[in-house]
Design a protein around this ligand. Structure first.
Ligand code: F6R
Length: 325
């Protein structure tokens, strides 16, 4: 029997092999074959990552594997799982660069990171962080600002040097040049290793509202009335919710080496099913994550309730678990 095998290289060219015997990377069977395949994939992905960090347009990337979908029972166990992923990166690479989000979703994750810092001495001394967004007009001392949120809910409780933390400045004088500078700072820090993301009810990531270009960069963005309504819970009066924000773009997010999208609650279920199983569209900016080569989505049962392929995701997770043993 003549075998024909194709191996995809990181530059998207293909290695064609044909002959009577299997090439080395196909030898073995069962678990050992799967492990070999995962190793081969890891090598290919590391190639793709270096492409991602040198090429400004991440939309040129081909997705080499589907999103990893982890469905936990409740927000508590989902936050634990997310905190585990972040902690192991910090342990493995103490000078890693984290992309961080604000809002209700990451609160439990930040509490778990603080606990790990206090109990297990998880060390943030060399970590650098970049936040996704900030309301225009709010200064760092304003309790509704995202800088204030990050200080209160994470930075004040861990040993991260203040100069290593970056939250966009909502009071910049010239937002065009400020946005270019923010992107430059991310690049100078070596790019984002792990980007933590929540998702809006309308499918936004960061403040990339429906219709945002999938190649967008850091810029000013007008918030939709849905987002203003959603976020009014953090303000005394809906009238006080800023209508403008400075936000990293979808293109900026896609350049992160790994993305971790987290969502809890039934009010996120529609956005999650569109992002994960719907078409890639600027109308649901979270769907752009389907173009990224390394995305993990962590959900509770409620946020996963509209997913069509839940049983399959559970089987894939089970295989992952077996292979990790
Ligand atoms: C916040 C951010 C937003 C939120 C999203 C979900 O930095 O980037 O995209 O992640 O609006 O907010 P919560 O978690 O409050 O439901």
């Amino acid at each position: 029997m003549n075998l024909i095998c194709y191996q995809r290289r990181a530059d998207h060219s293909e290695n064609r092999w044909s002959g009577q015997q299997k090439p080395d990377w196909m030898l073995g069977d069962g678990l050992s074959f799967s492990k070999r395949l995962i190793e081969a994939r890891k090598q290919m992905l590391s190639g793709v990552r270096s492409v991602a960090s040198t090429q400004p347009n991440a939309l040129q990337l081909h997705s080499l594997r589907p999103m990893r979908i982890i469905i936990e029972h409740d927000p508590e166990s989902a936050s634990n799982r997310a905190a585990e992923i972040i902690s192991s990166l910090v342990q493995q690479r103490p000078s890693c660069v984290l992309g961080l989000a604000t809002g209700s979703t990451p609160l439990g994750i930040y509490q778990k990171l603080i606990a790990r810092h206090q109990n297990h001495k998880l060390d943030f001394a060399n970590v650098t962080t970049f936040n996704l967004d900030e309301y225009v007009g709010l200064g760092p001392g304003d309790p509704q600002s995202y800088r204030f949120f990050m200080q209160e809910n994470l930075f004040n409780h861990i040993n991260i040097p203040p100069e290593n933390t970056h939250v966009p400045d909502g009071r910049a004088l010239d937002f065009d040049s400020y946005s270019i500078q923010y992107e430059k700072s991310i690049q100078e820090a070596g790019g984002i290793d792990l980007q933590v993301l929540g998702v809006g009810g309308d499918g936004h990531i960061a403040f990339n509202e429906p219709g945002s270009s999938l190649g967008s960069r850091t810029r000013l963005k007008t918030l939709t009335s849905e987002t203003v309504k959603d976020n009014a819970r953090f303000f005394d009066d809906i009238e006080n919710v800023p209508r403008l924000a400075v936000t990293v773009g979808v293109g900026t997010i896609l350049e992160s080496r790994k993305c971790l999208l987290v969502a809890f609650g039934e009010h996120k279920a529609r956005a999650i099913s569109q992002a994960v199983e719907g078409p890639v569209t600027a109308q649901v900016t979270a769907s752009a994550l389907q173009l990224h080569p390394d995305v993990t989505v962590i959900l509770d049962q409620a946020a996963a309730c509209h997913l069509q392929r839940k049983a399959y995701y559970a089987e894939v997770e089970e295989s992952h678990r077996l292979l990790e043993k």
